[in-house]
Design a protein around this ligand. Structure first.
Ligand code: FNR
Length: 352
């Protein structure tokens, strides 16, 4: 698939929408209820202004980022999102290849339509994500399979399905013959009128369960879906090796705090004990710079990856990651910073 020249993320979104049916667009874009949080995620990056340095040698800017023992080309990872077969016939195979070609991290969703063993790239730096299923045997199998990858991501912001009432995707089904290989045994096969995500969550999951997973996992456990410092501290006490500040792209609790506003509280709660990642509303390299200045070590992107996947498969995914990486490098140079660890809070001014 050919990508047009001079494409931005906003253009990629338009192109993707031109190729998808309305139901799939709704599944992709919609947040919970009245969309307050999904909108705030993007908008609140705009509350910050960058006070850039000049007269510093920025002839050798590098965005290389080390995360849980792996070096990536940039601090921008692919967020876990489900059902990539809805967006491109090659599904997660294309996503994984695009992320690998860009040198970026890939968090594979538990709701993937591809088995991780079938990805055609080296998956040793990949992270595997799970929305805690209520069937112990299924959870145990995912914990075991994560052992082949670099980390296990446990999403904790979805004890029940969120208020996605505006979504009519009860009728959205996977193409024939596809399912969620990682969740085999959960009876999640799409059935007419039931929607594809209606079941399969363990609402009783708590800190003790998290501690047990940490105990049983042979790889670091990353907790995704935290917006408060006290919860972040509790997750780290339970053994989390990193936390992801996330409100699930505004898809669960409406009126929830935007992630960029939640980040400082989490930074305080974690007190430097583990790396912090953030997702939600990252659309520009300057958003990445703002998140890092506020104390994140890396960010993840959800919807933009699916735009790229829709438009051009693996090269579209790679293009989205490359565009954001280039924009970040440009912003760093314009701020007088050479490495991601030098992106400091003193670069920000909040008085708009
Ligand atoms: C998601 N997200 C998500 N999160 C997760 O932990 N497991 C999952 O399977 C999914 N699935 C999913 C599907 C779709 C279509 C979207 C848009 C999102 C949430 C995702 O990981 C991430 O938190 C947000 O998408 C980040 O916000 P942006 O970048 O989309 O604004």
């Amino acid at each position: 698939e050919e990508l047009p020249g001079r494409v931005t993320l906003a253009r990629m979104r338009e192109l993707a929408h031109g190729r998808l049916d309305p139901l799939t667009i709704e599944y992709l874009e919609t947040g919970a209820a009245d969309q307050r949080t999904v909108l705030a995620n993007e908008r609140d990056f705009g509350r910050h202004r960058i006070a850039s340095h000049v007269l510093r040698d920025v002839s050798a800017v590098s965005t290389v980022t080390e995360m849980l023992g792996h070096a990536f080309a940039s601090p921008i990872l692919v967020a876990p999102t489900g059902s990539h077969a809805l967006f491109h016939p090659e599904g997660e195979k294309a996503t994984a290849r695009g992320a690998a070609d860009a040198g970026c991290g890939y968090v594979m969703s538990g709701y993937s339509t591809t088995d991780p063993d079938d990805l055609e790239v080296d998956t040793s730096s990949m992270w595997l994500q799970v929305n805690v299923p209520p069937v112990r045997a299924v959870l145990d199998r995912i914990v075991e399979r994560a052992g082949w990858h670099a980390a296990l991501v446990v999403t904790v912001d979805t004890p029940v399905v969120g208020a996605r009432e505006s979504q009519t995707w009860d009728g959205l089904t996977l193409p024939p013959g596809l399912g969620f290989p990682l969740l085999d045994g959960l009876e999640l096969r799409p059935e007419a009128g039931r929607g594809i995500y209606r079941t399969g969550l363990d609402a009783s999951f708590g800190l003790d369960d998290l501690a047990r997973i940490v105990e049983e996992s042979s790889v670091p456990v990353v907790v995704k879906g935290i917006v408060r410092g006290d919860d972040a501290r509790a997750a780290v006490d339970a053994g989390a090796s990193a936390v992801i500040v996330s409100n699930h792209g505004g898809r669960n609790l409406d009126s929830g705090l935007s992630t960029v506003r939640a980040l400082p509280g989490v930074v305080e709660g974690v007190a430097g004990r583990v790396p912090i990642l953030l997702d939600g509303g990252i659309r520009r390299g300057t958003d990445v710079l703002i998140a890092l200045a506020l104390g994140a070590s890396a960010v993840l992107v959800g919807r933009p990856i699916l735009w790229g996947l829709t438009v051009a498969g693996s090269s579209g995914v790679r293009a989205v990651l490359d565009i954001l990486g280039r924009e970040l490098a440009m912003a760093m140079a314009l701020c007088g910073v050479n490495t991601v660890i030098d992106i400091d809070t003193d670069l920000l001014s909040t008085d708009g």
